[in-house]
Write a protein that binds this ligand. Structure first.
Ligand SMILES: [Zn+2]
Length: 381
C-alpha cells in the first residue's frame, strides 16, 4: 500500500490538502489525516505538490498513422515512455485514414500491450471509412464482445472519407446507442472532421432535426477552422461534447479556443482536449515540396492546460477538467479521470509550475521526480 501525505488535491475540483491511501490499484481513502504504519506501507511526501487525476488522451494513433505520401510516410507505433512523460495514464487508440495496411487487430494488440506495460488503454473500432471496419464483423459485436472497444470512429467532410449520408450516420449512432446500452459502455461515434466546408452540419441535423442523443456523438478536430468552430459551439450548446485537438491544423491556439467557447456560453463540462498524437505531420515549403515528416506530439494537452491557467486565467481545477473528468464522462469511464475513494489509483503529482514530478497508474509508480521508471518493453532495445 501507499500513503500519499499532504497533497493539494484537485479531484479535479479542489478538495484541499489531504492524505490519500492507495492499494490494490485503487484509491482506498482520502482524509484530512491518515495515520498508518507498517513495513509494506510506502509513504510519499506530497508537501507542496498538487495531485491531479492521471490525464486521459482520447485520440492517439497508438499503432501509427500517416501514410498519405506513400509507405515511407507512415508513422511508427507510440511507445509507453512518450505517453507517460506527459502525465497520461489512460489512452484511447484509433485508426486514421489507412485501415488497409493497418488494422483493428493490431490496434487491439497494441492496446493490450500498453495495458500490460502499466497504463490503461482502450480503442475505437472503425476508421475513416463507411461502412466501418470491425473485428467481429459488426459494430454491435465489437462493442459487446471486445471489452477494450468504447465506440467507433468515422470521418466526415474530408476528401479521404467515404462521405456517409445523414441516414447512414444516424443508423451508426442508433447502433451505438443500443450497443452502449447492452454493453454498459459509452458507445460514442467519434467523428473526425475534415477541412471541407460541409463542416459538421450533418451532426447538427442529427441532433436538432432527428433528436438523436448528442452524447453519442463526439466530434473532434473542431478547432480546424473558425466556421467549423462556430458549428461546434452550436453543437455544444445543444448538449454535445466537443473535442479540441491540441496537435494538427487549427485556426488559433487550443487554449484560446477554449476561452472563446466559454465566452460564448459553452459549459466547461462539454469541452475536451485530445492530442491526435502520433498522427503523421508533413512539413512543406512554399512550393509544396515535402521538407520533412514528423509525428504529432503527445505533450500538447498538458501544455495547453497550463496555458489555460497561466495565460487564460482559468483555475487549475477547471483547466484540468479538459483532460480528466470531461473525457472520462465522454467515454463513460466511471473509475477514471477523478480522485475519489473507489476510483482507479491513476494520479499525477505536479510541482508549483505544473511540471509532472511523480506519476502513478493503477497504483504503481511510473515516473518519480520526472524520471521514467517504466518504459515500454522495446524502448531501449
Ligand atoms: Zn487523428
Amino acid at each position: 500500500m501507499k500513503l500519499v501525505k499532504n497533497a493539494n488535491i484537485l479531484a479535479p475540483e479542489a478538495i484541499g490538502v489531504r492524505d490519500m491511501l492507495v492499494g490494490g490499484g485503487k484509491i482506498l481513502a482520502i482524509e484530512p489525516k491518515i495515520h498508518l504504519s507498517g513495513t509494506d506501507l510506502e509513504v510519499i511526501d506530497a508537501n507542496g505538490l498538487t495531485l491531479v487525476p492521471g490525464l486521459i488522451d482520447q485520440h492517439v494513433h497508438v499503432t501509427g498513422a500517416g501514410g498519405q505520401q506513400g509507405f515511407a510516410s507512415m508513422t511508427p507505433p507510440v511507445e509507453l515512455g512518450a505517453l507517460v512523460a506527459c502525465g497520461t495514464t489512460t489512452v484511447v487508440g484509433l485508426l486514421g485514414t489507412d485501415s488497409t495496411t493497418r488494422d483493428l487487430r493490431s490496434l487491439y494488440a497494441k492496446v493490450r500491450a500498453l495495458d500490460q506495460e502499466g497504463i490503461t488503454a482502450y480503442m475505437l473500432t472503425g476508421s475513416f471509412v463507411y461502412p466501418p471496419v470491425t473485428i467481429t464483423g459488426t459494430l454491435r459485436g465489437d462493442m459487446l464482445f471486445i471489452d477494450k472497444v468504447l465506440g467507433c470512429k468515422i470521418a466526415i467532410s474530408d476528401d479521404r472519407s467515404s462521405f456517409p449520408t445523414a441516414g447512414e450516420l444516424a443508423r451508426l449512432v442508433a447502433d451505438l446507442h443500443v450497443a452502449g446500452m447492452l454493453s454498459g459502455k459509452g458507445g460514442i461515434l467519434h467523428v473526425h472532421l475534415g477541412a471541407l466546408d460541409t463542416g459538421m452540419k450533418v451532426l447538427l441535423e442529427l441532433v436538432e432535426r432527428y433528436h438523436l442523443p448528442a452524447r453519442r456523438l463526439s466530434p473532434t478536430h473542431v478547432g480546424r477552422a473558425p466556421e467549423l468552430f462556430d458549428e461546434a459551439i452550436r453543437f455544444a450548446l445543444a448538449g454535445g461534447m466537443i473535442d479540441i485537438s491540441t496537435g494538427g491544423t487549427r485556426f488559433d491556439e487550443p487554449y484560446k479556443q477554449v476561452l472563446l467557447a466559454l465566452q460564448r456560453g459553452v459549459p466547461i463540462s462539454r469541452l475536451t482536449f485530445s492530442s491526435d498524437g502520433n498522427a503523421g505531420v508533413v512539413k512543406r515549403d512554399a512550393a509544396g515540396n515535402v521538407l520533412d515528416y514528423h509525428r504529432a506530439p503527445l505533450g500538447k494537452n498538458l501544455e495547453q492546460v497550463i496555458k489555460l491557467i497561466t495565460d487564460g486565467g482559468l483555475s487549475p481545477s477547471d483547466a484540468f477538467r479538459l483532460v480528466t473528468s470531461n473525457p472520462a464522462d465522454n467515454l463513460s469511464l466511471s473509475c477514471k479521470g477523478r480522485i475519489f475513494a473507489g476510483a482507479d489509483a491513476d494520479f499525477c503529482l505536479f510541482d508549483e509550475h505544473f511540471s509532472p514530478r511523480h506519476l502513478f497508474a493503477r497504483g504503481e509508480a511510473i515516473t518519480r521526480d520526472g524520471v521514467i521508471l517504466k518504459k515500454g518493453n522495446f524502448e531501449n532495445a
